[in-house]
Each structure stands twice: as C-alpha cells, then as structure tokens.
Design a protein around this ligand. Structure first.
Ligand code: FRU
Length: 496
C-alpha cells in the first residue's frame, strides 16, 4: 500500500475541519446525514466495519457545487446518529486526479477495503483530451486509508467488445463463498448502459464474467451506481440510469433510480429480467446503495437530491443530504421500503387522534412540527381530494395531495420558498389497500426533518422523497378535503 502522505488530502481535511466548526447544528437535518461542509452527492462504501456502519460519499468540501471528487466519511451505530470522520481519500494520483468517483467497501480480515472509480481527465499538449475511468482500491482501518500501489485494479482492457473506457464506473463489491464479485456500470457500443460482473479471489486481479443486463434505450442511456443483491426469492439489480423519458407516473424525465426485479443463475451468471419499477417517486432521490446488516436486513440509502433539480443551499456552507436508511423487503412480489426501525427509539411526545372526521380545512391541536414522524391513515373515502399542508404558515407550504378519483398522490413544493424554477411537482399512482383489519386504508407516513420529507405510502409500498428550504418558523400542519375524511393520526417528535 502507498503511504498515506498526500498534501491534497491534508489540505482538504483542514478545510473540512474548519468548515464543520463554523456550521451551526440547527442549520442541518437532525437525523439525516448532511454534507459536513461543501458539496455531497452519491452514498459510497455503505458497509459494516468492526461492528459499526460506515458511509462514505462523493464530496467536494471546497464549495457548495460539484468539483473534483473526494470521499467524505462518517459512521454510525444505529443509522440515525452519524459521526463525521476526516474525509478518506482525495484525487491525488495520476490515475484518479480527475476525481475519486463512486464505489463501495467491504471488511476483509480486519481491514476496510474501498473500491472506487479513478478518473483521468487532462488535456495534452497536442490538444487531445485524455479521459478515462478505471477501478481502484484503497485499504484502511476505519479512519485512514492508503491507495493500493498496483492501482488501477481494473482497466478498460478487460471490457467486453465496444465497452466505453470513458463511462466505466461505480463498482459495488460483495463476497460469496471463496470469491469477491463486483458489478460496475458501463456504456456499450450503442451508447446504452450495461452492467458488468467481475470476479476475483484476491481483490487485486479481476476477471470479467458477464453482462448482467443492459438498456436498449427503454431505460435511459448510461447506467450508474449499480447494486446487485438477493431479496426474498428474487434477485434485484438496482441502477440509476441517466437520460430517461417519463412513462406514466412510473418514471420521470432525466435521471431515475430503478429496481430491476429478476432471477439469477449463479452457475451461468445469467440474470433474467422480470419487471422494472422506480425506487422512489419523489423529487429528490438518486444513486442508492445497500448493505446487509449482521441480523440479515437489506438496508438502502440514497442521495436525497437529483442532478436535474439541484436545490443548492444558498444560506449555509453545506449542500446535500442522504435519505434515511430504509429496510427493503419483498412482499407479495413487490419491494417494500420502511424507515430503519432504529428510528423508533427517538420518538417522543405521542399525540393521537382516532377516527377523526374532517370536512373542511382543519388544524389538529398538537399536530405540527418540522422534526416529526407523522402517520395519517384514511379509513373512509367520502371525498374527491384530501390534502396535507405541512411546513406551513401564511407565507409557505409543502403540499401532499391525494386524489381519490384518479387514485394518485402528488407532492408539490411550489410554495416552499424557492427562488429558482426547479421541478416542483411529481405524482405517483396510489390507492387504498386492505389492512390487517380487512378494512380499506390509505396510509401515509411522513418523516419530516427540517428541510426534507419522506412519504411512505401503505407501509412502504412506494416512497416519495423531497427536499425544501422553507424557513423553520413555517411549522404548521393543515388537513383539507372537499368531502368528508375519516382518519387516524399519530404524531411523534423525533428527538435525536
Ligand atoms: C452518480 C455519479 C456517478 C459518479 C459520481 C461522480 O451521481 O455520476 O456515476 O461516480 O456521480 O460524482
């Protein structure tokens, strides 16, 4: 391993330390991980190391906009309280000086091994542009990491015919039996995304095994940030395609994240695609990654932001946050997502309304706040529209509206205080389900954390995530309908 002596790393760590100390805690989400200082995008290296959860992320500590990528770093024991650690790697070698792009991590014999994409991006004297992406390794002790001397460990030479050396990134590693495997995003000769599978027995030499799946144009162009894992009796290939076209309410224009459900034959490396759905139906979600906990749970975290609607934070010197980690389970052939159960330990001050009937704009005593866990279950449907206005005061509001005729749910941040014309509204199909008590219920769970909301429909059947920079004094919640709604409401403050 190369010695960890890097002036770029030292300098970035100094900037980071100073920056963090200048940002007030109240300017950040309370229980979502936010950038320590400067810009953050994709989650990277989401893994367990020495019984703690580690999360790295794409990071530019020098400004609130994307720049040469470093890997930021933090850890947690419960997915809720995160401790910032000094940033882990900087773009300081000839094979990664254009950026240390996304990747993953794994614990191997006491060491924490990172696999990431190194980018070369330079103009040569003759005017040509030297650009390529390769896969690299670094190893560390949970705090300091050194890059492998033999980097890169995978280059364009291994690519299947026509594979692009420019779009070849985001390795996700796992171990099975004697071998390490990784999936990585690539662009094929037709310009579409494909996911490549590699295998190694020593982490240093990798062999290309198969193309697991690819876009034929129906799911966008380049496929970024793959993950590949079993769930129930299916195998899931999760990818984030660029340049997709909207399709009904299922997919939107631009960057999406999708679950490709399928079956996997480990002997032949053949993945058979079954169906494709969105991972998140909100405004801000991209590049998710998973880990498996010691007790067998599959936990996913995503970047709560998107490239197409970057809500940069104009007030504080940090930009970007992650979703709450979510547990994935397969139920009735569908992936359900629920907030990690560890969150429940932080619930306080329960307020509950049972079988509450409303037929006009209504404020319920005690139901308000910006750091809350709010459950609203509708049990009678004598209406056309039902709305929850939150982060609300006379000037601002976020809107969640259910249309019972059209069976759809809309999230709308038009009046949340934006001063740029970014995408504000998104819809998804939503309808009541038959609950345990055999009654029709439409269930909405809203997790608010100062500047974001994650809406879980029907116990996690679908999720919508959105970010908004509404001033904190807008903390009201108003329910509204054009008919009569009967609902059960439970609210907790989240005290982290
Ligand atoms: C996805 C992505 C990755 C890349 C990284 C660069 O958001 O484009 O493919 O590794 O961001 O920051």
């Amino acid at each position: 391993m190369a010695q960890m002596e890097s002036s770029q790393l030292d300098m970035a760590r100094k900037i980071e330390k100073k920056g963090i100390s200048e940002i007030p805690a109240e300017s950040r989400p309370a229980y979502h991980l936010s950038s320590p200082v400067g810009w953050m995008n994709d989650p990277n290296g989401f893994s367990t190391y020495q019984n703690e959860y580690h999360l790295f992320f794409q990071y530019h500590p020098f400004s609130n906009i994307w720049g040469p990528m470093h890997w930021g770093h933090c850890k947690s024991r419960d997915f809720i309280r995160w401790k910032y650690l000094p940033l882990a790697i900087a773009p300081d070698e000839n094979y990664d000086e254009g950026g240390c792009y996304s990747g993953s991590a794994i614990e191997v014999e006491g060491e924490h091994v990172l696999l990431y994409t190194g980018v070369t991006d330079r103009y040569l004297k003759d005017g040509t542009h030297d650009y390529c992406q390769v896969q690299c390794m670094a190893k560390g002790d949970g705090l300091n990491y050194s890059k492998y001397k033999g980097n890169p460990v995978i280059t364009g030479d291994s690519l299947p015919k026509g594979g692009s050396t420019e779009d070849f990134r985001d390795p996700k590693i796992w171990k099975e039996g004697e071998y390490y495997y990784l999936v990585v995003g690539n662009r094929n000769m037709d310009g579409y995304g494909q996911i490549l599978l590699y295998r190694s027995d020593n982490l240093e030499q990798w062999v290309f095994l198969a193309v697991l799946d690819q876009s034929r144009g129906e799911y966008g162009k380049m496929w970024e940030c793959p993950d590949f894992f079993p769930l129930g009796n299916r195998q899931i290939l999760m990818v984030s395609p660029q340049d997709m076209r909207a399709k009904g309410y299922e997919f939107h224009n631009g960057n999406n994240s999708i679950f490709i459900y399928g079956y996997y034959d480990k002997a032949t490396y053949h993945f058979e695609r079954e169906k494709v759905t969105s991972v998140d139906y909100g405004l801000d979600f991209y590049a998710p990654q998973t880990l498996q906990t010691a007790d067998g749970r599959r936990i996913m975290i995503g970047w709560m932001q998107s490239w197409d609607a970057k809500l940069t934070n104009d007030f504080w010197n940090w930009s970007g946050m992650m979703t709450l980690p979510r547990e994935l389970i397969l139920r009735k052939g569908k992936i359900y997502q629920s907030p990690v159960r560890e969150l429940e330990c932080y619930r306080k001050n329960k307020i509950e309304y049972t079988q509450k009937r409303i037929s006009e704009r209504t404020v319920l005593n005690g139901i308000k706040g910006r750091i809350i866990d709010l459950q609203v279950d509708i049990t009678e449907f004598d209406f056309h529209y039902f709305a929850i206005h939150f982060a609300y005061n006379e000037e601002y509001e976020m809107l969640l509206q259910y249309n019972h005729l059209r069976k759809c749910l809309t999230i709308d941040r038009t009046h949340s205080g934006l001063v740029r014309d970014v995408v504000c509204r998104r819809k998804m199909a939503a309808e009541p389900f038959i609950s345990g008590t055999q009654k029709e219920v439409l269930s909405l769970r809203l997790l608010l954390d100062r500047y974001s909301v994650e809406v879980f429909l029907n116990e996690g059947e679908k999720v919508m995530s959105a970010v908004f920079h509404t001033p904190m004094e807008a903390d009201g919640i108003v329910f509204d309908t054009d008919g009569t709604v009967c609902m059960n409401v439970v609210k907790y403050d989240l005290c982290v």
